[in-house]
Design a protein around this ligand. Structure first.
Ligand code: SAM
Length: 275
């Protein structure tokens, strides 16, 4: 089974044959080094009983690696029809383990792709990485693990603890539902074409239950208000939500002169519960 995948033409040939000139608008930065894609695939392991969802297989470097590392079933969502054509040989070589789903990942509900649990492994198109991750967080209870390559700056925001410069709305949304770990960096030179920035493989491991009770929409409203004016003290930043913000903060045991970046996720949840 692996032999058929290993016998496929090198990715550079696939790219040349299908004239896959990278499109910036689709966030196309391809990984052609199979040692590296296999390292990313191994970082996503162990495989769970369920389906691996890959967003943006492109010419198929990571897809090959996922299959070679033993992923039992992969569904890959790709928007670029040129890539879908280039992946046809891999679908055949994968002997039933790979299905391609044409279309826009932002408009694709993973529940329509396969039954849960899902495991997500991808080199994400950077321009839509954050909205994709936010969408998956809403389904965190049915997701076994998310292992994705994103811009380092996005990984830092996902993983940032309170008090750090990167701590913000995305950190709270992600860590409320998941344990987040930055696994390793990948420099620009590994990609074709090379992006301007360093990338990081980041893991989001959904928690058995959210860190503290809160309605997700209210938590989002709270963090949007608090971080919208992150340099202001909370008693001022939260005024648009509550004319009596100072009293609400005191009632929650939070010093009204603190700033958003110092609040723990549990404290944001306590405030969201008052909304
Ligand atoms: N997985 C390949 C690799 O590692 O070499 C390609 C990764 S490249 C960073 C991102 C891929 O996502 C491209 O193949 C691009 O066509 C695809 N893509 C971009 N926007 C998309 C969208 N909205 N829905 C699905 N795929 C998308």
């Amino acid at each position: 089974m692996s032999a058929a995948i290993e016998a496929l033409p090198p990715l550079r040939e696939v790219i040349a044959q299908h004239e896959l000139a990278a499109r910036k608008s689709l966030g196309q930065n391809f990984l052609l080094d199979l040692n590296l894609t296999r390292k990313i695939a191994r970082a996503a392991m162990p495989w769970v009983a369920g389906t691996v969802i890959e967003i943006g297989p492109g010419p198929g470097g990571l897809t090959r690696a996922l299959l070679l590392e033993g992923a039992p079933a992969v569904v890959a969502v790709e928007r670029d029809e040129r890539c879908l054509a280039a992946l046809a040989e891999l679908v055949t070589a994968a002997a039933g383990r790979l299905r391609l789903q044409p279309g826009d990942a932002l408009e694709t509900d993973i529940a329509d792709l396969a039954p849960p649990p899902w495991q997500i492994a991808a080199n994400l198109p950077y321009n839509i990485a954050t909205p994709l991750i936010l969408g998956w967080l809403a389904r965190a209870s049915q997701i076994a693990r998310i292992t994705v390559l994103v811009q380092k700056e996005v990984a830092q925001r996902l993983a940032a603890p309170p008090g750090s410069d990167h701590y913000g709305r995305l950190s709270v949304a992600a860590q409320w539902r998941c344990e987040v770990r930055m696994l390793f960096d990948i420099g620009p030179k590994a990609f074709v074409p090379a992006p301007k920035v360093t990338s990081t493989v980041v893991e989001l491991q959904p928690r058995p239950a959210p860190l503290a009770e809160a309605d997700p929409k209210k938590l989002e409203r709270m963090t949007a208000a608090a971080f919208g004016q992150r340099r202001k003290m909370l008693r001022a930043a939260l005024k648009p939500l509550w004319p009596d913000a100072e009293a609400k903060l005191i009632a929650t045991g939070i010093d009204p002169t603190r700033r958003a970046e110092t609040l723990s996720i549990e404290e944001f949840c306590a405030l969201a519960r008052l909304l």
